[in-house]
Design a protein around this ligand. Sequence first.
Ligand code: COA
Length: 174
Amino acid sequence: MAALRTREVDPGKIILRTMTMDDIPDIMVIEHESFSLPWSEEAFRNELTLNHFARYLVMEYDGGLIGYAGMWNIVDESHITNIAIRMDYRGIHLGERLFKALMDWAIELGMQRMTLEVRVSNIAAQSLYSKFGFYPAGTRKGYYSDNHEDAMIMWCELPNQENETGEEEGSEED
Ligand SMILES: CC(C)(COP(=O)(O)OP(=O)(O)OC[C@H]1O[C@@H](n2cnc3c(N)ncnc32)[C@H](O)[C@@H]1OP(=O)(O)O)[C@@H](O)C(=O)NCCC(=O)NCCS
């Protein structure tokens, strides 16, 4: 079960779009309230300008930024770098919506599988990932430098785009 509802949100007013440089100040607020090892502004700037593998989505509501998520797509594997929802907006299935949008984007880009690392203590995130078919596939010992906590590595096989859109394989005429 997700955390207690803290806000009423009209789901029809949620906007999902790609991240731009102008989003970075708002991202930093969410980053600092969400992670004990927050990324710097420069890290996000580099992601948007230098890292050709990187793709980032943001979620907007009522003119404000309330979440973001990103991935690195390399060949046919997508590595999720981060996902966060503003604290006041957690527990009302917005993380789920954002995560699904990221997965759909990866599928659209032809990715075959997705992976991520998550703190072994982060049950909320693990539970979210499990809902989308991610399974544990090992640990990275002492991965997080603040408290030397282990990371759980999770993987998920993605459906191919044809199956996702309901088209049958081999249905096209030669
Ligand atoms: C992880 C995070 C993005 C989830 O976003 P959210 O909007 O609060 O989650 P949702 O309301 O969409 O919940 C979706 C599912 O996640 C899981 N979940 C979410 N919050 C949970 C909680 N407090 N306890 C247990 N499971 C939880 C549940 O499986 C839930 O489905 P359910 O409500 O049907 O049981 C959010 O908690 C967050 O930003 N955390 C801080 C940053 C972070 O830890 N990111 C992940 C790094 S690996």
